[in-house]
Design a protein around this ligand. Sequence first.
Ligand code: N01
Length: 535
Amino acid sequence: MSESIAEYDAIVIGAGFGGCYLVHHLRKMGYKVHGYDAGSEFGGTWHHNQYPGARVDSHAPFYELTIPEVYESWNWSRNYPNWQELQSYFRHMDSKLNLRKDYTFNTWLTDAIFNEKTNRWDLKFKNGDRATCRFFIPSLGLSAAPMTPNYKGLNDKFKGEVYHTSRWPKKTVNMEDKNVVVIGTGASGLQCIQEISPVVKNLYVFQRSPCFALPMPQEDLSDYSYANRRKNYEGWYKNRAQGFSGFNIPKSSRKGTDDTPEQKKQFFDEVWAKKGFYFWVANYSDLFFNKETNDAAYAYWRASIHKRVHDKEKAEKLAPKVAPYPFGCKRPSLETHYYEQYNRPNVHLFDIKEEPIIEFTEDSVITKSGAKKVDMVITATGFDALTGPYTRINIQGRNGRTLKDKWFEEGATTYLGITTYGFPNMFFIGGPQSPIIFTNNPSCLQAQADVVFDVMKNMDAQGIDTIEPILDNETAYAKQVRDVGDNSLFMQAKGWYIGANVPGKREELLSWLGGLEAYNELLEDMKQFNGFKVN
Ligand code: N01
């Protein structure tokens, strides 16, 4: 524990994509910047989420930072790399940029308090460290606050191993010949199930809602000529910042309501054949707004699943006749052989709504059909996404008001998904009301960080000490984000996109749905401080 207070121009919290990009560039711009992370290494999400089968479902080379020193010397072996390769990527980045010299790890930020006398942020860490800075830039990741289920007996009686997917231990976890429970079938559960089914003795999957997963077009890149591919990088990177999704997947302007059933079938065949997120991002433009279009997409998807799952009862649980929520309004994960796992005799599927978990005993899970012996429980139960990572920290702005209170009372209200009234010189990257949910994450994080760099530069050039959004502008922006959500089908899908998975959290669409290109245009205003009060 140090007695002194470290002084910086800027402090970045987080050592994932956003944090690394920020520290690298701010340092180059001549700022005295320091990064902190609660984990023991670089990687953010990918440092913690190393559960079996964890793999990104955004493809290379879009899912990386556009830092030439890093990408020019880095080759992915797959276009959808696994956690091991993603961790190697971060090690490579550090070896090229020596980020480590300006980072402190294993340091949990407990308090960040804006000091109205000095106009600086005063930070305290769990280990006793203290620091102060002019610019406070948290880049905490959307999934840094795991949600754990509170089943009777799980935490106090059950004697077997219990792991949350996003807090997977840094040791080998042996599952061979074990009876394993997986609770939750979102992206994490699905990937884990896909990987461990062939290994375990029995797998008991407890599903509350099915995931509408799409085929992952995985490719082996090891034989590619990277020299040739890299010639395209500059163009790709430029395009990714200008498209809707931050990928090379174009958004369609075609509406399902304009097409006959035959035309719809033909259109679905086309987008389905492209695999990956095409059936989501490049689907009809009214997919998220029109029930008829959405139902048609769901029916098409459902038929593809029923072809792969032999047991009709299981198939019906995985892809029910009536969609339990609108298609694509919870995140569709990508899979390669998930559905085939349910053809294995050792993989048992329970719909929690029909067969709830009654309790865990020392060595079993009890449901209405009896007790099943269990050695390990894996909870893949998701996150208090977007706001949770921020509201767990005591972040206090003007007049001692905390961000937690503000977002609890008003909902996740921000200006441009990057600042919030009452919290001067705080720029959050990848947080609520940014486009992060609907875009390739590095594309969104970089767009936000780039505008922060310009804002800081312009502030210094014009002798401005603090910047803070004007309340009316914030209210209007926040309303715009929510109104789009309220007029969409998203509000009918009770998942993390709208905060419905967290008891007591206000239900609202938590992300900007207008696409990255339109968002970038809004950010242009910020560079000139339009909509902001400056001092
Ligand atoms: O979390 P989730 P996730 N009892 O919230 C269920 C990113 N990600 O970790 O839908 C029983 O999606 C819950 O049921 P329901 C990606 O953005 C990316 O899987 O609320 N079940 C749901 O089935 C992703 O979307 C990658 O009814 C309970 C599941 O648990 C996001 O992270 C990989 C329950 C949670 O699904 C989150 O994914 C992994 C309870 N008490 C994650 N509580 C890739 O890039 C919750 N559930 C590949």
